[in-house]
Write a protein that binds this ligand. Sequence first.
Ligand code: NAD
Length: 436
Amino acid sequence: MTVNTLEKPGRRHGGWVIEDAQNEENPFAAMTARLDRAAAALDLDPGVLRMLRQPEKQVTVSIPVQIDNGEIEVFTGHRVLHNTARGPGKGGIRYDTDVTLDEVSALAAWMTWKCAVVDVPFGGAKGGVRCDPFKLSAGELERLTRRYTSAIIELLGPDSDVPAPDVNTNERTMAWIMDTYSMHVGHTVPAVVTGKPLALGGSLGRREATGRGCMVVTRQALEHLNLSVQGARVAVQGFGKVGSVAAQQLARAGCRIVAIGDRTGAIHNDRGIDVDAAAAWVRLNGTLEGFNKGDRISNEELLTLAVDVLVPAALENVITAKNAAHVRAKVICEGANGPTTAAADSILEERGIFVIPDIVANAGGVTVSYFEWVQNRSGYAWTERMVNDRLDEIMVRSFHDVLALSRGHQVSLRTAAYMLAVRRVAAVHELRGVYA
Ligand code: NAD
């Protein structure tokens, strides 16, 4: 199966090529554009670059599921291993109507770079099933998850490929995957997934890890820019596992959350939003709809509010060549994977907006997934304090590693993060050589 890459010519903007709108939003093209940029800055061996531009393995499966009325529906699922040179594939599984092989491949590659930036011994993987999970009952979701797991079972294992939750999947999904895998191999294998319920070997602090990591790097960025954390005005797009916790953690750090939004729209309140109340509302009602503690605005308006910090924490391609010139935040903390297109990068850069790239900003999740895997394999559970202290240390260190590289090479934080990651992955390839 082939993967689309940036091939079409585009018009130039500030030394960077803006691809046509359709290509701009191809996430794999966005990933490859950043990889190529970092490879050029590193003077990377062209053979190694060729290897890194392609996923190692892409599997597409059809998933027949008996739905509640007795009929059989067939869904399409993917699992992609982008690179496993540094360790087992690691990456979430998402259920969404827009899942494509290109998207899953890009997300798998981002996991390779993310694990390398924070220096955890995993490679990059991702999975997705094209479905509308909001239209499926709990029983249908369970059957879909178990059949998908059994269809990709040869890939999975604590030493080969370890899934986690992503968009529209959660601890319960991980419990079904862990059980299905364990039934296949004949014994219980907690380390085959992370983001599990605590009772099945999940880690304390995992649920909050990605949002907490966003808070830690945002604080570092504000301090670096001599901006006050206390009272910093923050807008958060996406109020799920990442966005809601990022908002709560930033509020606890002293920031004022002035806007939040989810797939039903957004709320703006300059006096500040009680995000704990919003999270309680979502736990009860499923979405922010009806949480009328401010003015209703659109998600597009949320992105262009005059705030200190913008946290896009929903889906890809929300900051594009079309709206990047209107973004007024001083700092963007990319809670989501790929929220900014490659064409928007240079516009934000020219405007002096400090972008903490996704592969750094949201790496808290995979870092604590690594801690969960280590705990499962050693059979010893850490305290929440241990988890959080070690997470904070890794996030702070990674942020400053990337910042130092960006200043040393006079490149954006994103290019610096890719340079750091690509250098680490390439070094392993060079030592291992090519098996013939
Ligand atoms: P989630 O399913 O828990 O939440 C997604 C949120 O985005 C929901 O509030 C949903 O309503 C909202 N949303 C969906 N479509 C939207 C739209 N068009 N406009 C505005 N909001 C919309 O998912 P999540 O786990 O929080 O993941 C969010 C992002 O963070 C994804 O890009 C994911 O890959 C990334 N990420 C997640 C983790 C993790 O640990 N869960 C780790 C790293 C990165």
